[in-house]
Design a protein around this ligand. Structure first.
Ligand SMILES: [Zn+2]
Length: 138
């Protein structure tokens, strides 16, 4: 089963297809305001910078730089298995996203290039699907 023929856990937030700038990785579904502000995720309440409702959906490249990471060794939630790593990634298209990193033996370093990918997960009902993660750029 591949991501292309399977179900996405959060299809309102990302898609299998990439952007023109990064076609080989899933795009994040954000938006851009007429004032130039780019944000994620898409919402239609108004621009977070100027308040305008002149907002257009925009697919954002799944490429960016690592701003910070935190390894979580214990989690209070019963549905999330620890350990896992939370990362803040500054996307090349502007927004900063906080997401999960693919588990990797190598240490993450602030400033390193990161890329999006779809990882196999299980939804709350136990069905297999794919969810967005970030990993170190190869
Ligand atoms: Zn704006």
């Amino acid at each position: 089963m591949t991501a292309a023929d399977s179900r996405l856990l959060k299809p309102a937030l990302y898609r299998v297809a990439g952007t023109e700038a990064a076609p080989d990785r899933p795009a994040l579904l954000g938006a851009a305001c007429a004032c130039g502000y780019v944000f994620f995720p898409l919402q239609t309440y108004g621009c977070e910078r100027c308040g305008s409702r002149d907002i257009q959906p925009r697919a954002l490249s799944g490429s960016g730089r690592l701003l910070a990471s935190a390894r979580v060794h214990r989690h209070a939630g019963k549905t999330r298995q620890a350990p896992f790593t939370v990362v803040a990634v500054a996307l090349d298209d502007g927004p900063i996203v906080r997401t999960l990193a693919v588990e990797d033996e190598a240490a993450l370093a602030v400033g390193q290039r990161m890329r999006s990918l779809l990882a196999p997960v299980v939804d709350p009902d136990g069905a297999p699907c794919f969810d967005l993660r970030f990993a170190r750029e190869a």
